[in-house]
Each structure stands twice: as structure tokens, then as C-alpha cells.
Design a protein around this ligand. Sequence first.
Ligand code: NDP
Length: 506
Amino acid sequence: MSVTQQLLEFPLFINGERVPADSGEWFEVINPAYGIPVARVAKAGRSDVDKAVRVARETFESGVWSRRTPAQRAGVLMAFAQKIIENAAQIVFLESVSSGGTLRRLAGSDILQIVDLLQQTAKFVTEYKHVEALPSQPFPGPSNNQVWREPIGVCAAITPWNFPLILAMWKLAPALAMGNSVVMKPASNTPLSTLRLAELAVEAGLPKGVFNVVTGPGASMGEALVTHKEVDKIAFTGSTEVGRRIMQLASGTVKKVTLELGGKSPSIVLPDADLELAIPGILFGVFLHSGQICESGTRVLVHDSIYDEVVERLAATAATIKLGDPMQETTGMGPVVSKQQMETILQYIEAGKQEGARLVCGGKRATGNGLDNGYFIEPTIFADVRNDMKIAQEEIFGPVLSVIRYSDLDEAIRIANDTIYGLAAGIWTRDLNQAYKMAREIKAGTVWINDWHMLRSDAPFGGYKQSGFGRELGKYALDEYTQLKHVHASLVTEKSQRPWLSILFS
Ligand code: NDP
């Protein structure tokens, strides 16, 4: 990393070295709080992807990482966690100036999460059942049978701009733990922290070439990675549209794929809910990171009997959220990631008005108080939303909440499940039995009861329906980065004791 004309400069990271793109081209990363460039980053093309994949393949086949013991790999993950702690201030800065994430969230949560994930993964991999002995069976014949878990090979990870650090680590930690090599492509808006992570991994003792980062446009360079014949697996987080495309492209070489895609998660408020908890909880669920979270609770389903009170209290509490420079400790909500994303969100707000939803707060770009050049949107709440409206069906990825009315619990479940997505859901009630009963009915990969955004390093995260497949986090993620090999050793030493041979020979 060096500073040229006041811009930070980030080349690619291949084979443990910073290298320029073959084309010599660069692209700019914009600070969304001010709308100005903060860095220039190497723009990789197909030949750079080839280089990174070749290095990852050679490193994998050499066994320098893939054949290390789980305990040795765990040791490097622990050292990597330590490096992140030591460099936390710099990582937080890089993440904030590109993604618009607030200092309060990044320092108070994201860094802790990725460190915890590395440390927990180190524990999981040492406890992991790499070899499973099957019981001896009389049929088809006595034998010694084992099931081995082996690394997959070269894993490509394609990550989005909302949580660059966290989503990189959700893929990197399990992939490395199981002995794979990785080529990562971060989003073009937010590649800075991932490039720094790669350097820290090498400093922590990860052999060069195990973790490579290529930066550049998804539509060209990303597709080169997805279709590369030497890539064995793709782990993707991003839009459902691109997820579909990746799945199609991956079929050409029959790659393994895990997809973590969009969401339109319902938050159901029962008549007996403790509103002192539910009101800030619902708003935390939707407005954290300006609503740019795949599992944000963007649809709130509220019982008739408390509907007006809930709408009024949501609007009043939303008004207390302070927008500002994300690097200021006083800021609760920063900008959205880009001008393009801001425009998309504003179009959705317009669509909500057109369809007859009632705007109860926000609804426009936030200006004044130093926000004018940044991409800020006021926390926006629509009431009287019907579930078939565009704002209730499509992922907006911005600070926009739809409040929907229901009159009985069956209807609430039906509305909750009436979506193509199934990433998360929430239930607000004092009746825990009722909540568990409803959790069973909801088609989503995560259900929170009286809470939101609480993800754990040991609990699986992933989607039902078009929110994707595969699971990240915990020991479940380790499975996703292995393939199974069955090894059979015959214990039948006499030819005469092998009756199956008579199927072919008389
Ligand atoms: P994308 O899905 O386009 O981007 C995610 C990642 O995929 C980026 O690294 C991107 O690269 C890359 N990419 C894009 N096209 C391809 C391709 N054809 N082949 C391989 N890789 C590709 O998300 P957007 O940034 O366009 O955001 C659009 C919408 O997606 C958001 O409004 C939101 O609804 C949803 N989204 C969901 C996320 C989630 O966590 N589930 C995260 C981010 C967005 P590049 O940045 O260079 O284009």
C-alpha cells in the first residue's frame, strides 16, 4: 500500500506479492460519505486470473498447506487472528472509507466477529472428523472402510460490498482450515480491506500462494474466475441475479457452488410483544448499515390490535438515528455504498409511493450537516404496505422498512412465507412456546426470537428458497470446503470367498 497523489494504491495480491495488473490499468474506489476517490486499485483481467489460479493450483498440489495437519493449520489461523487484532485500526479505516460502514459497528462488532470466527474455526478444525471408520459389514464382504474428508482444491470466493471483511472471512476461514487454496474477488466498490487481509495472512505464516486476491469487474474478470477449469469451487455472496448467472456458468465445468443471496426477511410482531424491546429491535434489524444487509428485517408484520401504536413508535424512534460521517463516533448510520445504490433505493421509495404505501418517515436523500456530497438516505418507513407491492417483494438493500398489517397468526405466517427469499425471519412475543411453533412454520435459514442480526461463529448461516444454498459459519462451513472419499480395503484373502466374482466368471 502506498500513497500516490493522495490516493492509496493497491495492486493485486498473487503468490504473496503485490503485483500490478498485466494491463497496467487501475480503477478508483470512492468514499461514499464524501463522493471522492480514496484509492486506486489494479484492474485485473483474464491473464491475471489465470496467474492467480495457476499459483493457487501449484500451491495446493505442492502440499505446502493442503498436507499440513489440522493442528498446524489451526496454529496459523490463530496467528492470523492476532495479526488482525494488531492491525484493527487500519483495517477498520480501509473498510469504512470504502463501504461507508460506521466506526461504531466496525470496531465494536465486525473486527470482533472475524477474530472470533478464526479462533473458533481453529478449534472446529482440530475437533473435526477428518476420517470416519465405518463398521464392518458381512455384506458385500468383510472389509475395512473409511470415509475421508479431503480439501476440494482451488476455491474461488466472490464477495459483495456490504460486509467485505466479514463475508471474506466467512469463506476464507473454513476454506483455509480444510487445506484449500483460495482466489478471492472482492466487490469493486470495496476491495481494500480484503487486500490488506491477504497480506496479514502471509505475515501470520500462511504459505505464499495459498490466498490470492484479484480485483476488477465482476462481469468480465469475475466470470473468467467462475469459468476457469482449474477452479474447483465457487463461494459467492451477492445478488440473486448474479447468483443465478454464476450457477449457470459453473455448470460448464461442473464446479461445486455455494450461494448466499438476497433476502426480504419478515419480522412478525405478536400482540403480546414487549414493545420496549421490539421497537428498537425492529429498527436495528432494518437500519443497521443503512439497510444493506442480506438478512435485514425489511418487512414488519404487525397485528391489527397494535398496528397504529407500532407504526407511530417506529417512526418516532427512527427519527433519533444520527446520520453522519461513518468515522465519527457519534454516527449511527452512514451513507449507502455508492451513487448507483442510492439512486436504486430512491427509485424503490418512489415505487412505494406510486403503489399507495403511506410514507411515515424519511423518503429522501439526506442533506445538510456535511452530508451533501455523500450518498445518504433518511431512514424510511412505509405503512399500509401490502405484501404484493414491489417494496415488499424485491430486495431494496437500503434503509427502507415496509410495515404490513395482519389479523391472525396463520395469516402472518402466510405473508412471511410469501416471498421468493428465505434467509432470515424474526418473531417478537413474550410467549416462547408460540414463537417456537411459528419458527417451525417459517421457511428461512435463521429465525430470531426477540432479537435480530445475532449471528454466531458456531451457528450455520444460509438460505432457504432463492436466498441460496450451502451454509457458512461453524463446523457446517467446514463440510462445504471438503469432498468425501470412500476408501475400501478388502479383508477377504481367499479368491474362493469372493462370490461376487461369479457374476462375471463362471
Ligand atoms: P452483485 O451481486 O452484482 O455483486 C456481488 C459480487 O459479484 C461482486 O464482487 C461483483 O463484482 C461480482 N459479480 C458481479 N457480476 C458478476 C458475474 N457476472 N460473475 C462473477 N462475479 C460477478 O451485487 P451488486 O453490487 O450489483 O448489488 C446489487 C444488489 O445485490 C444489491 O442492491 C442487493 O440487493 C444485492 N446484494 C446482496 C448482497 C448479499 O449479501 N446477499 C450483497 C450485495 C448486494 P463487481 O463489484 O466488480 O461488480
